[in-house]
Design a protein around this ligand. Structure first.
Ligand SMILES: NC(=O)c1ccc[n+]([C@@H]2O[C@H](COP(=O)([O-])OP(=O)(O)OC[C@H]3O[C@@H](n4cnc5c(N)ncnc54)[C@H](OP(=O)(O)O)[C@@H]3O)[C@@H](O)[C@H]2O)c1
Length: 249
């Protein structure tokens, strides 16, 4: 099967392309570096020729409210239009568990807009909602930092390894469209502040992590279960300590 991976050079995209190839698929990594730009439409006609499935694991270079909204709206619109013309039979997109509960955040308003466009288009689709990646824990500290202190609400948190995200997305990409949302998550639950504290300690990052029930997550007020998936989510295998040991090596 020819499967085009938009954002195929990114954290998830590069792992996904490798996994699909290992399973015998013709996986094509598409991104501005390879001449495919979903914001401008450049290269889309060419790369989508003969494609059965498109997986969108791209991300906006800027997370500023207006820029990220423009990225996900414009690129998703372009992609869906070109996919319809090329006869693509399955559009798969990666989004985030709890997206619909996070509309106070500019980033998540953009993901909501992306999902809305996919649901209202004519192409059969699957939206994968993943929990946060272990690889994102330091980035999370960075966006939650002020004056050398990281403030995070001590809510439930069930992150997963990027490699398990890629496996979960690959499984869905080669199956039939679900025309809905599939949730994937990590095998263990933690407190958000606790895990970011452990990650920073492993990096010898001196920032103090403070549990603050009023701290915002990506600009949004969240509660105990905002970030965790439902009971029927498919869970990855990699535990946090295992990932930490592997990533240190
Ligand atoms: N961070 C988390 O914990 C988390 C959790 C759940 C879901 N997600 C979702 O996972 C997705 C992927 O995240 P990631 O961390 O793997 O992203 P990433 O590593 O930042 O990679 C982004 C990819 O998008 C490509 N891209 C940027 N602008 C593009 C454009 N105009 N046209 C086509 N491709 C473009 C980049 O290409 P170049 O390399 O050429 O720049 C790169 O391949 C995002 O949609 C995010 O919302 C994230």
């Amino acid at each position: 099967m020819r499967i085009v991976v938009i954002g195929g050079t990114g954290l998830i995209g590069s792992r996904l392309v490798n996994k699909l190839r290992q399973h015998g698929h013709e996986a094509v990594a598409a991104s501005p570096n390879s001449g495919v730009n979903t914001l401008t439409g450049e290269g889309l006609d060419e790369v989508l020729k003969g494609a059965s499935v498109v997986v969108d694991v791209s991300n906006s270079p800027s997370w500023e409210d207006a820029a990220v909204l423009k990225f996900f709206e414009t690129s998703t619109r372009n992609l869906l239009t070109h996919e319809a013309a090329a006869g693509v039979g399955h559009h798969v997109a990666l989004s985030v568990v709890g997206t619909d509960r996070l509309s106070e955040s500019g980033y998540f308003r953009a993901k909501i807009a992306q999902e809305k466009l996919i649901k209202s288009a004519s192409i059969p689709y699957s939206i994968v909602h993943a929990t946060q990646f272990f690889e994102f824990l330091k980035g999370l500290a960075d966006i939650s930092s002020e004056g050398g202190k990281v403030r995070l609400p001590p809510v439930l948190f069930q992150p997963m390894a990027a490699d398990d995200v890629a496996s979960g997305v690959a499984r869905i990409a080669v199956g039939p469209p679900v025309n809905g949302i599939v949730e994937i998550g990590g095998p263990e639950q933690f407190r958000l502040d606790e895990l970011v504290r452990r990650r920073l300690a492993s990096l010898k990052d001196p920032r103090e992590v403070i549990a603050d029930p009023n701290a915002l997550y990506s600009g949004a007020k969240i509660s105990e279960r905002t970030l965790v998936p439902d009971n029927n989510a498919r869970l990855g295998e990699t535990r946090f300590e295992t990932w930490l040991t592997q990533s240190a090596a």
